[in-house]
Design a protein around this ligand. Sequence first.
Ligand code: SAM
Ligand code: SF4
Length: 353
Amino acid sequence: MTTTVPVTVSLRSRRSGTEPDHPDDQLVDRFGRVHRDLRISITDRCNLRCVYCMPEDGVAFAPRSEILTYEELTRVARVAHGLGVTRVRITGGEPLVRRGLESFVAMLADIGFADLSMTTNGIGFERRAQGLADAGLHRVNISCDSLQPARFAEIRRSGDLAAVLSAMDAAERAGLRPLKVNVVVLAGINEDEIVDFAAFARDTGRVVRFIEYMPLDGAGAWDRTSVVSAAKILHIIAERWTLEPVVPSDADPSAPATRYRFSDGIGEIGVIPTVTEPFCGTCDRLRVTADGAIRNCLFANEETPLRDLLRAGGSDDAIAIALRRAVDAKLPGHGINDPGFLRPARSMSMIGG
Ligand code: SAM
Ligand code: SF4
């Protein structure tokens, strides 16, 4: 694990020795990937316990003193913005459970990111949508894994589908568009709803993104048989409707979802094939965990600590160097399909999806 970040070395004077040489002071890794997307987790806590994410009981949360303040997180975001990051997504855990989220959104909005979004489970979002939009949030992804109330509650181990559907309506009323709906597809559990969700995308104009189940569940129960591949998802939808890939010029090549339009022009879906068709070659994402570590990949086994640096009065240059170090250490791929793959010690809710 990277542990030491020199706080005295200036960004522009460090082009010697073991320090990497990066053009334009952007976050470019050894494979030429330019990092423009920062995911900020503001909490590892959550009001749900989705089966694919958190165990039902016995979850150990970071002590509050270890969680970065909004001021600390904003500072990291500001430095990242200076290094070419243009998109920020607030995530968790469940971001809505941390007090003062609206003020944090306003702090990030002040920095001026081209895209400021959030991922949420939607519980309680209905009454906060307008406030978050007013604070400067641009758009939102709402997770919803079933359109059947009982099954929804089974997968998320609580929560109310009606509240999440109302959250979607409220997001759109508040102008948080395009609204994306995240669906984790689990073999034998909700795969029979793939067509229903595709119809939902067509009926509502919301972009439904089917996500392959990743080995990041807190219970460690993931195995390959529980994954429904993106190819299978597309095949199932294509039996009913004709799909056309969204042409690369309209699509962001670094986006995790491969996008498809229905050929009659009504609606759009995406698939996120992390497990079966990794898209690491175009990854431009970097993450900061709620307890102040930089992660260069969801599946990384190493992190670059930031919290002590922030709390010891580290300079902006030192933060920038830490961000660069994390990017420099990024591997070409996540390695899920390698024989020696080791799951990261942290699960999704602790990392920030
Ligand atoms: N609590 C919020 C939510 O559920 O939307 C935000 C955090 S959650 C960790 C972010 C996204 O990760 C959600 O869309 C969730 O469905 C997804 N996710 C969680 N665990 C996953 C897993 N093991 N595989 C794939 N996606 C997962
Ligand atoms: Fe909570 Fe989101 Fe994880 Fe579900 S996916 S347990 S809502 S953090």
